[in-house]
Design a protein. Sequence first.
Length: 254
Amino acid sequence: MNPVRPYRYLRFCAWCGPLFLAGTLLFWGVLGRNIPPYSGGLSAQDFSDAFRANAVSIRVGMIGMLIVTVLYLPWGVAISKVMERVERDNNVLSTLQLWGAGFTTVVFALASTTWLAATYRPDELNPGLLQFVYDLGWIQFDMAFTLTTLQLVALGVAFILDRRQNPLLPNWVAWFSIWVGLLFFGLSLMPFFKSGPFSRSGIVNYWIEFPSFFLFMASCSFFLIRALARLESEGTDLSELEPTSASVNIDART
């Protein structure tokens, strides 16, 4: 009989993070023309001329983005399972992190679908309507930031509370997670600005926040994969968590 291998699927889930990150940079960023995005300060005619000229590239990019978007969820599952080894007595933070990852996946899919719809018949839409559809995608993408903040703050708090002499994730990664999650609150200013640092293509709401999130994903994925290797070398079975105080009391009564 083959021995139990509780980590075989989690390794794949952990690697989904780097795969998602690479796919996002290629499909959403390069092909989707989001490095940087079209400025909200463009006139409807200037925007439509530029968008129509790149509609095929954006269409391919958004199709690719919709394919790789699903990878974000298994990455969240891998994080959640490692977080359970830190929480031990409950799974509140790991559950919040997993739900945040799931909702973030939906946000990526909704925004990408909206931008894809804009490329479907761009020549038949008047410039104002085409610009509105593009704006709608960015409103969906940016203004749902609290769902990702939920994930990042729960992750950070859990690993800060890791009392191991050598924590599964370094404390700086945990604090960085919280910082990135709170940094997203700057996006709440985006609807008030079409240009400047708080616009969707501005220095704060784009050039600081997005690279920070991608850098967090890269560093978290690196240490997550190392944490799984460490738990496996220690012979830790993720399914054998320490019993909660409630279960101990029940066992004692029986």
